[in-house]
Design a protein around this ligand. Structure first.
Ligand SMILES: [Zn+2]
Ligand SMILES: [Zn+2]
Length: 255
């Protein structure tokens, strides 16, 4: 399974998952034009996408979904709650899924799971090709047993490390935004994510990428050592997805 990110953070998110003839775009938080441009950087034309899978309706995840899906007639997968927040002229392209049921898109099996976040019916995913498991978790305020179970024994993990608590506390966000971000329906701080890594089975892990870092309230220099400590690995093995460039194609391989 191959995967890449077009960009990750509060100014837009979009992740590519590719297996065989199937390429999924998970979220499309950039404008359609910007997404087309970034896709070209990864050697892809938007017409080659198999589908857009949406985690939740926040703008940094759906900004370009409507225009891109309509222009290229791409199927859009979303929960009923997320779909209910989408534009009416997207209805014919939407396939609703349940957070509790596995579904297939071409060569990729999608295992959704529900997450606590301040959206209508947010979902995150494990993608499998029958051999490897790729877990994606961003936009989550609290780690639940369901999340721990879903992300155990993954071969690749794309894991939110949104903020450092002290940087958020001392930063210049207004109080209501600080409470939102740090709250139980907000975003994972670095320690929450590192604790999750310590707790789950990471014996199969080939790739770890920290996602959705706050540009104001976090730094790779804080995330990398924390994640390395949690995984008992070299810091150089920890990757960080960037807002402007995401990260380049990676691939899970047979061990
Ligand atoms: Zn987000
Ligand atoms: Zn969100």
């Amino acid at each position: 399974m191959r995967f890449a990110s077009l960009g990750s953070g509060s100014r837009g998110n979009a992740t590519l998952i590719s297996q065989g003839k199937t390429t999924l775009l998970v979220d499309c938080g950039f404008s359609a034009r910007e997404t087309e441009k970034r896709l070209q950087g990864f050697g892809l034309d938007a017409s080659e996408l198999s589908a857009i899978v949406v985690t939740h309706e926040h703008a940094d995840h759906v900004n370009g979904v409507r225009v891109l899906a309509r222009k290229y007639q791409l199927p859009v997968y979303a929960t009923a709650g997320t779909a209910g927040c989408m534009s009416a002229d997207l209805v014919e392209l939407i396939t609703e899924f349940s957070c509790h049921d596995v579904f297939e898109i071409g060569d990729i099996e999608v295992h959704p799971f529900p997450v606590p976040h301040d959206a209508r019916e947010p979902s995150q995913f494990v993608f499998t090709n029958g051999q490897h498991r790729l877990g994606l978790l961003t936009d989550v305020g609290t780690v639940t047993p369901v999340i721990e179970q879903a992300l155990s024994q993954c071969d690749a993990l794309l894991l939110e490390a949104n903020h450092d608590i002290d940087m958020l506390d001392n930063g210049d966000y207004p109080d209501h935004l600080k409470y939102r971000v740090a709250g139980r329906l907000g975003h994972l701080n670095n320690v929450q994510s590192a604790t999750l890594l310590e707790k789950i089975d990471t014996t199969h892990l080939q790739h770890i990428v920290a996602m959705h870092l706050s540009e104001k309230n976090n730094s790779p220099d804080i995330v990398s050592p924390l994640f390395a400590q949690a995984l008992q690995c070299e810091q150089s093995w920890i990757s960080i997805a960037k807002q402007d460039t995401g990260f380049d194609w990676r691939e899970t391989i047979n061990g």
